[in-house]
Structures are given as C-alpha cells and as structure tokens.
Design a protein around this ligand. Sequence first.
Ligand code: MIC
Ligand code: SF4
Length: 646
Amino acid sequence: MHYNLTQKILAQHLVEGQLKTGEEIGIKIDQTLTQDSTGTMAYLQLEAMGIDRVKTRRSVAYIDHNTLQTGYENADDHKYIGTVAKKYGIYFSKPGNGICHQVNLERFAVPGDTLLGSDSHTPTAGAIGSLAIGAGGLDVAAAMAGYPYYITVPKVVNVELKGRLQPWVTAKDIILELLRRLGVKGGVGKIFEYTGEGVKTLSVPERATITNMGAELGATTSIFPSDRITYQFMKAQGRENEWRELKADEDARYDEKITINLSELVPMVALPHSPDNVQPVENVKGMKVDQVAIGSCTNSSYKDLMRVGEILKDKTVHPDVSLVIAPGSKQVLTMLAENGTLANLIAAGARILESACGPCIGMGQAPANGAVSVRTFNRNFKGRCGTTSAEVILASPEIAAATALKGKLADPRELGKMPDIFEPKYYKINDNLIIPPAEDGEKVEIVRGPNIKPVPLAKKMEDVLEGKVLLKAGDNITTDHIMPSTAKLLPLRSNIPALAEYCLTPVDENFPHKAKEAKGGIIVGGENYGQGSSREHAALAPLYLGIKAVIAKSFARIHRANLINFGILPLTFENEEDYNDINEDDILFIEGLKEGLKEGNFTLQNKTQNRVIPVKCDLSQRQLKVIFEGGLLNYIKKTSGGVANA
Ligand code: MIC
Ligand code: SF4
C-alpha cells in the first residue's frame, strides 16, 4: 500500500494495459465535457460512430466560447449542439450559464471520477479530486461512444505545499511559481499531485486556479485530494452526496518531488508572450497599462470577484484604463448581483461582460494597437487577444484590480490590509440554464446550419512519403499559431475548408497558399510543437491542406494525439541537431514507412541536401493501426461497422 492518488484512480478505471510509467493504457471515462468551439466537430464525429445514446455516466455540452454571434454561425452551432445533446443523452449548458470549467466544478465534477473534456483546461476539475484530462474532440466523442481513453501512463510528480500564503499572495502565484521553475514544457508526460499541510489552507476554487493553469506546464493533469474542504464546497453546492474522501497513501511513491513553501511566495506576473515568463510584480511594477481584464476559467470564481469588488468599492478605475470583467458563471454573477458587489463594480467603472470565455480567446475586447493588457487569464501567447501588437501580462485578480485603479502595473501589497473574503456557506443554486436530455432521443431532430461542413478524413497511409517542407518553425509553436482563434475566425470552427485559409498564417501568411500549390507537404517544428489548446482544428486544417507529417524536436501531448487521430505522422528527430539540416522547400522522402513505423525508428532522405536523417515515431500497437487506417474515425469504422464520414 504505497499508492499515490493518481495510481488509485487509474487502477479503478483501468480496462486495458498495465499501469507502468510510459506504457499505453486504456481507461474508462465516467464523465465528458465539450464546449462549443470544439463541440461541433466532436459531435459530428459522435454522430458518425453510429450509437443511439452516450455510454458515459454524465456528459455535458457547454456553450461558452463562441457567444458573440456577429453572424448566424455561432447561433447555428448552438442549435446543432443543443439538438445533438438532447438526442444523445447529454446535458446542455446554455450560453449565459458560464464557462465550462467553472460550471463543471460547481455542478458536475465528482471526486474519483475520470473526466475527459475537449478543452485543454479540463484538468480544472482536479481541484475536486477528479482525474480530469483534456483531449481532442474525436477522443471525447469516442469516450462518449463507450470506447476507453488511451493514454501513456505519465510520471506522477508530488508537489508538496508547506506553510500558508501571505496576504495579497494567491493561488495564481503558486502556479506561476511552478511555471517559473519548470517552464511551459516542464510538465509534459507528467501528472502533478498536490499534498502537504498547505493544501488545507486552499479552498476548492483556489485549488482550481492551480489545476487549471497546470495545463500551461504541458501537464497531463493536476489533482488535489478530496478532503473536508472539498466536502464543504460540495455541500455548499448541494452536492455533498457525491463527495467521497480521497487521498494518497501515507507512504505513497512518486516519480519526482517538488516542494513549495507558500509563506515565501510573493505576488507574481507572467510577462509577454509566454505563461512561464514569470517575475515578481515588484520588479516590473509601474509599467503603463491600457486594459485590465478579469475573468476566464482560471480566476473568475465568487471569491476572486468578491475580492475585486472590495478593492474597487467606492473608488474609480484610472481614466486611461478600460476594465472588463466576465464572471465565471451565472451562479457567480447572481451572487454578486444579490449581495451588491456587482453594483460596486459597475460604480467603479467596470464594463461587465457575460459569463463566458470572451476576451480570453479573443472574442471581443481586443486591446488597442501596442496596448498593455493585464489579464487574470492563463495564456498570453502573441496575438491571442486579437491584437498582434498588444502585450498581455497574466496576473491574479488582486494585481489586476490594483492595476485598474493605478493605471500602472501595481503591487497589491501597497493597497494596505487585504479584505477577508470567505467561501459562502451556501452557493446560489439555480440550474435552469442546464437543459436535460430527452428521455427518448429517437424523435429529436438534429438542426444543422449551412456553416457546418463535414469533418475531413485522411486516406489509408501509403508506404512511401514524399513532400516539400512548407514551413520550418521554431520552438514552442502554439495551437494559436497553427489555427488562430479570434472573433473573426471562431465562427468558422465548424467549417474546416474556410478555416484552413488561416492555418499557420501567424507564422507565415502564405502558408495556406503554399500548401495548396504544392498539393500538401511536410511541416518542420522545434521543441514543444503544438502547445496550448486541445483544438483538433490544428490537425484538421493541416490535414485539409494535405500535410502528411510534422517533424519536430518534441510535441505537446494533446496535439500529438490529435495528429495521430487524423492520420498525420508526428515524427521526432533522433538527433536534435538534424533540425539544422532541413530548410524550407527541401524535398523529403521516406520509403518503407510501415515497417519503419513498426520498428519505431527509420531514416528520411533530404533529397535537396542529399542527406539522410534518422527520425523516431514511438507509436503503440493501437496507434499504429489507427495511423495505418488514416485516423481514428476510419479505424473505428473498420472495427465497429460505424459510418465514418459525418
Ligand atoms: C483555449 O483556451 O485555447 C481554448 C479556446 O479553450 C481551447 C479550446 C479551443 O481551441 O476551442 C483549449 O484550451 O483547448
Ligand atoms: Fe475559455 Fe479561456 Fe478557459 Fe479556454 S482558457 S476555456 S478560452 S476561459
């Protein structure tokens, strides 16, 4: 008996394989979540799997990303998802109900459950003790259809929290400290499990800020034990009957250990353009700020916004600052409205947005040209806010509120005594925006708008691959580079042919044109290629443009899985220096591909430079079959008789 919590939950859900680090296992998924910008694709794929009703215990479809509705596209997608949900046995969280991860924590997440979500911040539910993993929409659809979710058993890192946070230092600073120490790829292939006396000092929403932003480490997920604090939170949500205690054994074994002394932390920020560019705010304060945005799945809980309300009470936002606030959920917004905090925020000059992702994904509130925007969000990749020249700084709500008053990046410790905010004994429960599915879905008709186009599918893999290098990219290319998402492009999430016109344009604006002209080809990347979101559009658009392989120094977990799911080869260099031996426009050639893939390593020829380059591709037996078949949907069709084109 020396199991850590991760091992316990994985063991309870194991349906295939052996629980050994580095091995591929299949686990049973209890719950799923989708959101609207990944949801249409996920549900088109679910429809293609030919089932009548989802096999999961609880599946929820949220509308929270694409809520601007500048044309009919978003609203059509909402209708499509709503009707699919009704038909297939899925709860439907209507627009206005809040951001998926916040609502999921409040109303659905259960300790000890596995949750698979088509959003990279699904691990937020780890705050409640759920093993929650982000994945591409196709993997989530497969889980809804009753297939196991396949994952390489990650290393488990024990993060021991000691001591207690000082006033004005917050949960955001704990995760920023980890990002400062480990960087944006420091968590790849790892699960972060929190223990130690410091855990008891953190409420569930505070824990959620940490598990949420664990995604920025590249981690598979993050998890807290389920303890008395979890019980109180679930009781306050009227869900104590779903609580159970969960913790690691006293002598649990871990692959790695990190200790953080909470008492020593200071308020911190992540400077442009990466969440790991972390500095104590004290070192960088005084910078002129144009916009402050408070919200997102990281920091928009009741407690976060109550603290902001107290800081802004009876004061006025600096004349040069635009302050926008998007409360995380209808529950949070209702409670702020009822206790008068909303009035204080409005009086101080805040612009109140609906409970949705909003500016976090560039859905409105793009900053001015060259502006500095301080945001309580989790990602500050260049251009993600909708303005390429803007500089986004990530910070706690406390730093954001202090900054909004001062007009300059501010250290909240200068505000004097920190207002005490306590978790409410009871949260306001009103689930009237959560529509339950039909008892009998058979008669429900699915409504499909004209912008919803079929999911592209790859062909069976051939034994010879030849292609031109269409792009040679550097390190840390994000999915926001590969398939940018702004207010202009998000309405096209259901329309891959239209979306593909913007594929990789932040790196090379000619990329789609080049790819079409060459009738497809190969992409070369540096380290951590595809970090960030779970959007499978970052694989679907390249597939549509004829990309056959991506060769990189290393890949982010979800993006690599998405490439395999859509039949694109994710190759890595045997020797990283060989990256230097490939240039844009070189012609690369591989023969004997199938045999090479079975062995895991083979060579590719750079015909242009007359060089031979050894490459690797570690695929499990299952992944091999998937990639040979041209992707997971084709494979499911072949093995189950489902209809594989939506
Ligand atoms: C994000 O934060 O980047 C998103 C938008 O929530 C994505 C999902 C998407 O691209 O639709 C994510 O994190 O997976
Ligand atoms: Fe929404 Fe932003 Fe959270 Fe993604 S990170 S789910 S866009 S709030």
